[in-house]
Write a protein that binds this ligand. Structure first.
Ligand code: PPS
Length: 567
């Protein structure tokens, strides 16, 4: 029997081959829920036992107990609310005690769920109790408030088809497979190193010291489900990890991918990850400084103390069968050309360290990463993955009232990019888009949002592929503009230009005669007349074309583009 932390068996919720047909039959006429990316990650780890002792999504009682005590109702340590969120309409169609089908977006039946509980989520309470904040600059809170559905379903699962991964299959193993593999190669002491970032010199040195101290092997057990928005994509990271393995003694280190959807919940997440690593069969787990940290809040402070994760997990060491190794924070001492802990710095010595944000900044500017920080192969890979801004794609997003001058200056900027060369440039003008992409849409809020999101999507594809997308819709609503920015900033640069020409000027120009028609009530819902224009809060530049000639306006914007480093 495989014993987990909880003194129980490693859970396996999959039915055997012979039972699959009967399970499929069971839910062929039942409500079917299409799983989100995060839900697929959670489901995979529930079904394969990584989340042992859970046998399904939490029931309402367990959910409250986890939020209040970090334990299931039966007292077992489990700090993470693993819930299945669904929308109100789906929740209303649920009959308690009945099975539902859980499918991936292509319709593959992954699991059946016998739903015993259905309740409306109190998200504010969950945020307060679990994340200890309702500030949605915390990525976990942001997901909860903006992406998670309104109702939760609880109940036991029956696994039918494991979620399929096309990528890096040779590096993916379930808890049972990894345990068996350790046994087959005779590894009995194995340290898990959790990471969502490329691994650098200090990490390798830290791991090697811990390996030596505990006479153990190591596995880079990297989270590749959902990590922090803006993280380096896992394909690039895995390419880096494969190269890093050469820096360990032969056959002492492995790489394995772990489909975890992180919540960036700091200390509680560190505890959760420790339990999961124990389920995978690791004997030791490195808990980092600021483990699963959510970044800084909008107000500038930290959500959790950098040492809080190590402290919390250590508090529960007695209940864990896995040994927690707090990661020492290593600094580079240039005079000695070695890494040491802060308290080991000699008098007058300054330790060097680069944060993730500093590293990104260096890459964006196209500057050189210092050799003490990273291995040369990793530096090459990072430069390829995160090229300097001047080599990335960019979206220039003009927004403003009809007649504000967006199209005129957007055309001027298009020509600037074409003259400058090096990238292909496309202008997605309001009117053109309305003809080519959105001819069936009207000017209701819903349709405007869809129109602007379509523009954002096309721009994001252009940006991802290294081109220049120049957009010039009215885009009157802050939330939609924010969503477009979010979509594009992960792929390249996004520069928002508010063309802030006052409505009086726009109306006096009235080149298309639309303001006159709107005033006469012949056009309803016209932006600035009887439909709002929400002023951008964070535009990179604001320009009022009643104060500048077209040439001056274009020159000012081009200056800004140069200042940002796009050219
Ligand atoms: S939106 O809100 O971003 O989807 O609008 P957009 O697609 O950029 O609008 C394109 C042009 O449609 C004309 N038009 C209207 N604008 C605002 N409100 C209403 N009701 C409306 N009906 C038609 C308007 O001239 C926009 O062109 P521009 O280029 O901005 O002058």
């Amino acid at each position: 029997m495989t014993i987990t932390a909880h003194g129980g068996q490693l859970i396996n919720l999959y039915v055997n081959e012979k039972q699959i047909a009967a399970e499929k039959e069971k839910t062929k006429d039942s409500p079917s829920w299409t799983l989100s990316t995060r839900q697929i990650c959670d489901l995979e780890l529930l079904l394969n036992g990584a989340f042992s002792p859970l046998t399904g999504f939490l029931t309402e009682d367990d959910y409250h107990s986890v939020l209040e005590t970090m334990r299931l109702k039966n007292g077992i340590l489990w700090p993470m609310p693993i819930t299945l969120d669904v929308d109100e309409k789906f929740a209303a169609a649920i009959k308690l005690g009945h099975n539902i089908a859980l499918r991936d977006p292509e319709g593959v039946l992954i699991a059946n769920m016998a739903v015993t509980d259905c309740w409306k989520a109190d998200k504010t309470r969950e945020a307060e109790l679990f994340f200890t904040t309702t500030d949605d600059s915390h990525p976990g809170v942001h997901y909860l408030f903006n992406e998670a559905n309104t109702h939760y379903l609880g109940g036991k699962l029956t696994g039918i088809t494991p979620p399929f991964h096309y990528d890096f299959q040779e590096y993916r193993q379930s808890p049972a497979q990894l345990r068996a593999y350790f046994k087959s190669i005779g590894w009995d002491k194995v340290i898990a190193f959790q990471t969502r970032n490329p691994v650098h010199r200090a990490h390798v040195i830290m791991m090697k010291r811990l390996m030596a101290a505990h006479q153990a092997n190591v596995v880079i057990h990297t989270a590749v489900g959902l990590t922090k928005p803006g993280d380096i994509d896992h394909y690039s990271r895995v390419r880096c990890y494969k190269r890093i393995l050469n820096y360990y003694p032969k056959d002492s280190a492995l790489l394995r991918l772990f489909p975890l959807a992180m919540r960036m919940a700091g200390p509680k997440e560190a505890l959760w990850q420790s339990i999961i690593r124990q389920n995978y069969g690791f004997s030791h787990f490195i808990v980092g400084r600021d483990h699963a940290g959510p970044g800084r809040s909008n107000l500038g402070g930290d959500f959790y103390d950098v040492k809080a994760a190590q402290q919390l997990v250590s508090q529960y060491q007695d209940e864990l069968a896995i040994k927690i190794l707090p990661a020492p924070f290593l600094l580079y001492a240039p005079e000695r050309e070695e890494f040491c802990e802060e308290n080991q710095l000699l008098k007058g010595e300054t330790g060097l360290y680069l944060s993730g944000a500093e590293l990104r900044n260096i890459l964006q500017k196209g500057e050189t990463i210092p050799a003490w920080f990273a291995y040369p192969e990793i530096i090459d890979e990072l430069h390829l993955t995160l090229p300097a801004r001047s080599k990335q794609g960019v979206t220039i997003f003009f927004t403003g009232l009809s007649g504000s001058g967006k199209s005129t200056i957007a055309n001027g900027i298009l020509v600037k990019f074409l003259e400058y060369g090096g990238r292909k440039a496309t202008l997605l003008d309001g009117d053109v888009v309305r003809n080519m992409l959105s001819s069936e849409l009207n000017f209701s809020k819903e349709h405007r949002d869809l129109n602007v999101l379509r523009i954002g999507y096309v721009a994001s594809e252009i940006t991802k592929n290294g081109g220049v997308a120049i957009c010039a819709p009215i885009a009157p609503y802050t939330r939609t503009r924010r969503n477009v920015r979010k979509m594009i900033e992960q792929l390249g640069s996004f520069i928002e230009i508010h063309v802030s020409t006052p409505i009086e000027t726009c109306e006096s120009r009235d080149r298309k005669g639309l303001y006159a028609q709107a005033r006469a009530g012949k056009i309803k819902g016209f932006t600035g007349i009887d439909d709002p224009y929400e002023i951008p809060e964070n535009a990179e530049l604001s320009i009022d074309t009643s104060k500048y000639s077209t040439e001056e306006a274009v020159a000012k914007i081009w200056e800004k583009i140069i200042e940002i480093g796009v050219v």
